[in-house]
Ligand binder design. Structure first.
Ligand code: FES
Length: 187
């Protein structure tokens, strides 16, 4: 028995050493992989990818949008609504007592001078970020004729101002400019 024990001990020790080596190597490898995994997102955050750069602004032909119609475009991977308001929709927005609004803004403040019929806003509800309905053909427009967010029931008017429901702010108007009468550059 004693002989067996003395024979077994060196083997056991050798195996123990080999196992420790393996654990050490595994720990180093893991640290290496972890280090890389942290590094890659940091580097990619510092250098915007080509598709992000390409989408820093976007030009949209609006010539086919008739009064009463809207389209959904994409700007920086988010939806944008471009709407050609009818005279009735403009009148409806202008007759509202601005002081009564949760986020007081006139239609004029939300559009470009001489182009109050072109309402350009982000298609992102200011409550929790759902895409409101109302820009697509046949979609419900809510109680105020603009947009309706089905997630929690926010109603926006024809100037895309919040009128009812939990959203705190009007739909955001992005930076944009008319390049011509029929082309808008967003961003
Ligand atoms: S996300 Fe639009 S109402 Fe909540």
């Amino acid at each position: 028995m004693a002989d067996q024990a003395s024979i077994n001990t060196p083997d056991m020790t050798g195996e123990g050493v080999r196992r420790r080596d393996f654990i050490n190597i595994a720990a180093v490898s893991f640290a290496g992989v972890g280090g890389l995994a942290v590094l890659v997102p940091l580097v990619s955050q510092m250098a915007p990818s080509a598709d992000v750069l390409a989408q820093s602004s976007t030009e949209i032909d609006i010539s086919a949008i008739q009064p009463g119609q809207a389209i959904k475009a994409v700007f920086r991977k988010q939806p944008v609504f471009i709407r050609n308001l009818t005279p009735e929709e403009i009148a409806s927005a202008e007759k509202v007592d601005v002081a009564s609004l949760r986020d007081p803004q006139t239609l004029e403040e939300r559009t470009k001078a001489g182009k109050t019929n072109w309402l350009i806003t982000m298609g992102v509800c200011t409550h929790l970020g759902c895409v409101p309905l109302g820009a697509g053909e046949g979609e419900v427009k809510g109680e105020f004729g603009g947009y309706f967010c089905p997630c929690h029931g926010s109603h926006y008017d024809t100037a895309a101002r919040i009128r009812k429901g939990p959203a705190p702010k009007n739909l955001e108007v992005p930076e944009y400019a008319f390049i011509s009468d029929t082309v808008v550059k967003i961003g």
